[in-house]
Design a protein around this ligand. Sequence first.
Ligand SMILES: [Zn+2]
Length: 470
Amino acid sequence: MTLRLHNTLTGTKDVFEPLEAGRAGMYTCGPTVWNYAHVGNLRAFLAYDLIRRHLQVSGYDVTHVMNLTDIDDRILDQAMHAGVTIDEYVKPYVAAFFEDMGALRAQPATQYPRATEHIPEMIEMISELIENQNAYSADGDVYFRIASFPAYGALSRLDRSGLKPGVRVATDKYDKESVSDFALWKKAHPEDATLGAAWDAPFGRGRPGWHIECSAMSKRYLGETLDIHGGGVDLMFPHHENEIAQSEAANHKPLARFWLHSEHLADATGEKMSKSAGGFTTLRDLSGAGHDPVAVRFFLLANAHYRARIRLSTEALHAAAEQVRRLREFADRVRRTAPGDHDDLNLLRRIAEVRAGYREALDDDLNLPQGIGLVFELVREANAALDFGNVGKQGRQELLLLIDDFDAHLDVVRSEEPGLAQEVERLIAEREAARKGRDFSRADQIREELREKGIALEDSKEGVRWRRVR
Ligand SMILES: [Zn+2]
């Protein structure tokens, strides 16, 4: 089986091959922790989770690095208003980010480097760029000289004729050679030191620009060439172009072999959702409105391909919650059904077909929606077979494997509380023992206890079954 990923660099689906066999190094642009993460950003973070999980399923040992941007103009402004240092200001938002990622069941990255903890690496790269004439100082700021990097714009297929290198631009804010030159380093303002946002450098006291942090930190943790660089499509230009320019001018090596970009999330009107457009929705907003983060996960991952736009709406979230419920109920049912004495050969053939089709869909640029579509078809067929007792030992085993297959990416089947299933099983066994001992009040008490946990019991001829009712 061959994994093919859509590579923004080539514009085609290319066979994924890492630099080192069996290992994959992936860098993904993380949040700017100036506020709660917007659902649009969460979609990108979940797309990273999908890539990472499928690489693992494909047998790669994955090193995933995701940065936290804990210094930028908004953070400085907000910290100044709040009268705290930037470190104090971002602390609750860093914690909130990790809470959101946990609630959305994203696997933790291998490393979460923070910009303010990697200033020396950035200073070193900027010094190199100045030395190579790729960067210059202008009144205490340092800019990247785009004219020195002819490949600029290749990733986003930018029309370079729009860039006017060599035209000296002076405004009251900056003094750079060309409008499109971007800041690597910003001169310290007098108040920056009190905010904890000024560092000494050979080219003057100041703070780093946003783009340089990704170039410096990806190099530090993953080397000069990454197997995969991921980000939301809104980062392609200028952020990723700037990363490429900085890294490749400094290292003389390609920054990444594969560039993956996930599409925007749109609100119900079809507009791109962003904080600046006022469409501010966080996971907290959604949870507050009664949406289960696991349903949000399902919606963001499985409703549409990661390179297609999706619209956020209450109806879509309700539909996702219903799909999660069906998958959970199905998994519960398969697990607690005692195998019948024969297998339906037609069902066995269908399970094999769907397992192969699911894998093929994921190998085809992570087409999870297509794979899950196949799974739902089979869930209907298998439920019918279970109704008629047509699932034997092998069929049950194969269905359990299929559940493992899709949950390796979706991760929605396992119960919210770790250990819940064991706890429920223990209580069911205790209830059975109480009933055998004719202690019906204890048995009823246990049923009530489970109901409070959102678990309903059904006495069937296959034994006691349980299902989640909320
Ligand atoms: Zn970045």
